[in-house]
Write a protein that binds this ligand. Sequence first.
Ligand code: GAR
Length: 190
Amino acid sequence: MISAAIFASGSGSNAEAIVQASELPCTIQLLVCDKPEAPVISKAKEWDAEVFVCDPKTFEDKQAYEQAILTKLQEKHIEWIFLAGYMRLIGPTLLEAYPERILNIHPSLLPAFAGKDAIGQALSAGVKVSGVTIHFVDAGMDTGNIIAQEAVPVLEEDTHHTLHQRIQAIEHRLYPETISYILKERDRKE
Ligand code: GAR
């Protein structure tokens, strides 16, 4: 069975959806969290995974921070990384160790509304359709190759909360489905 880690910074609903998904061809062995107060940490205590809280403020620079994470990933023999609301750019230390093996979920139809607060950006732009994207992670901000996308209508009466709720309902299904698809595809090719 493939071993994987989830990186998260926030509430962890996508992380939970992955952990609870049935028939994934991987096991989540590790949660990496960069925010010591993030709600995902208490959620993860229910999972059969180690929780590694790694606060970048306690490191000299990004390279040292990512090296500490990499050491933990290697100790656990982690093969894949799934970013689930991890609000940091991945640097060269992790990118070079996991080429084409880091996935991210983003709450818009990329390349529209990359970066922070994609939901707020969509509402401000007045678009009628937004959505969800799952992509490989590269050095850019939400720029890696796109694997899956699904559209979500933006309604006249939508608030940030209601749009995010509808987007998350899609995310919680699409992310586990896409992980499953990619891991099986890779396994077939290798
Ligand atoms: C998700 O909606 C995810 O798409 C978004 O953060 C949220 C995390 O929610 N990610 C980004 O904006 C990445 N740029 P969660 O903690 O409940 O999974």
